[in-house]
Design a protein around this ligand. Structure first.
Ligand code: ZN
Length: 274
């Protein structure tokens, strides 16, 4: 569901969503518009993405509803540098002392290139060093392997949606592998956006290069960074004692094929001159 900016500012409770377990130590704690995933690592809670600032209490209540204590959120990973994925981060770090991980190439989006973090498009005030700005503790790069208790995270380049968008692959303690392509939306790859922000072709070229490199990755569970990108709630509705629709080892490559086609259509219908 895409919520118009005015409604996001006015009525975040309209897009509340009950949290639920996806598989193993992995939970959905996001809202109806933006995904947040929580991992119980045995040594603290790991949060993947931190949604809009207006969703902060919804996020905290989701963590509590699962029986966890938000004070145990030790680490926050970010898929990319858009404000709908880091909007609660400053509040969480100030309240709970979380350690933050952010894609190195998206660091300028927090400060000197903040016009690229979509706060204007979402109608959210943002003026560092106040409001929502935070200084990441760790800058993530492709090739990094991070360990959080019982969960290991591998970082891959998935740029284009923003320069530093990451694919994050989670090796869960029970043996399942989950992964998120952190930016499947092509809203920043249009010729209009490229022209407005003076980007040229580089983001669009990066997008297809990195998608092509991600084909064939072994993934049991595809995570969407917005629930409608991966049918999150439809899968949840189909869960039974014997069947978990989130587990689908063929889905990752279907997604990569979809992204290749989406890119090809852009090239044909909305070209950017080099
Ligand atoms: Zn984004």
């Amino acid at each position: 569901m895409n919520v118009p900016a005015n409604d996001i500012m006015r009525s975040p409770w309209l897009w509340d969503k009950e949290p639920f377990q996806i598989a193993d130590n992995m939970y959905y704690v996001g809202n109806k518009d933006v995904s947040c995933h929580l991992f119980d690592t045995g040594e603290g809670l790991l949060l993947l993405d931190a949604s809009y600032p207006q969703a902060s209490y919804q996020l905290l209540e989701s963590v509590r509803a699962l029986g966890f204590d938000p004070h145990d959120i030790k680490w926050i990973l970010h898929s990319h540098g858009h404000i709908d994925h880091f909007g609660c981060t400053r509040m969480l770090t100030e309240k709970f002392g979380c350690k933050t991980y952010f894609p190195e190439l998206d660091l300028p989006l927090l400060d000197e290139k903040r016009e690229l973090n979509w706060h204007e498009e979402f109608g959210i005030p943002y003026e560092p060093p106040y409001d929502l700005y935070f200084k990441p503790d760790v800058l993530m790069k492709p090739g990094d392997v991070l360990t959080f208790g019982n969960t290991t995270v591998e970082c891959y380049a998935a740029g284009g949606h923003t320069p530093g968008t990451m694919c994050l692959r989670f090796l869960l303690p029970g043996g399942l592998v989950a992964a998120m392509h952190g930016g499947v939306g092509v809203n920043t790859l249009s010729s209009a956006y490229s022209k407005k922000r003076g980007i040229g072709r580089v983001w669009r070229d990066t997008f297809i290069r990195d998608v092509n490199n991600l084909v064939g990755l072994k993934v049991d569970i595809v995570l969407g960074n917005h629930p409608d990108q991966s049918g999150t709630f439809k899968k949840q509705a189909g869960m039974t004692a014997d069947c978990n629709p989130f587990i689908d080892p063929a889905e990752w490559d279907r997604l990569m094929t979809t992204l290749q086609k989406r890119w090809q259509r852009l090239e044909e219908e909305d070209p950017i001159q080099g």
